[in-house]
Design a protein. Structure first.
Length: 69
């Protein structure tokens, strides 16, 4: 007879271990300089695209901005 609670315990243990490692990796990324740089680049790109979008832009640029949004 197979004791399913042992299998369930093993599966839960593996999942919890994965989640702990994932959380640690996310925490390192958030507290690192790469996250700060990514946020600043996203803000810069957003600011530039919104500025370009509202100042008599050419049609190809309008199409490109619409595609990426």
């Amino acid at each position: 007879m197979i004791h399913y609670h042992f299998i369930l315990h093993a599966v839960i243990s593996v999942v919890v271990d994965y989640l702990v490692r994932y959380r640690s990796a996310v925490r390192r990324f958030i507290h690192g300089s790469s996250c700060q740089k990514a946020v600043l680049v996203a803000i810069l790109v957003n600011t530039l695209s919104m500025g370009i979008e509202h100042h008599e832009q050419v049609r190809i640029l309008s199409s490109a901005i619409a595609f990426y949004h």
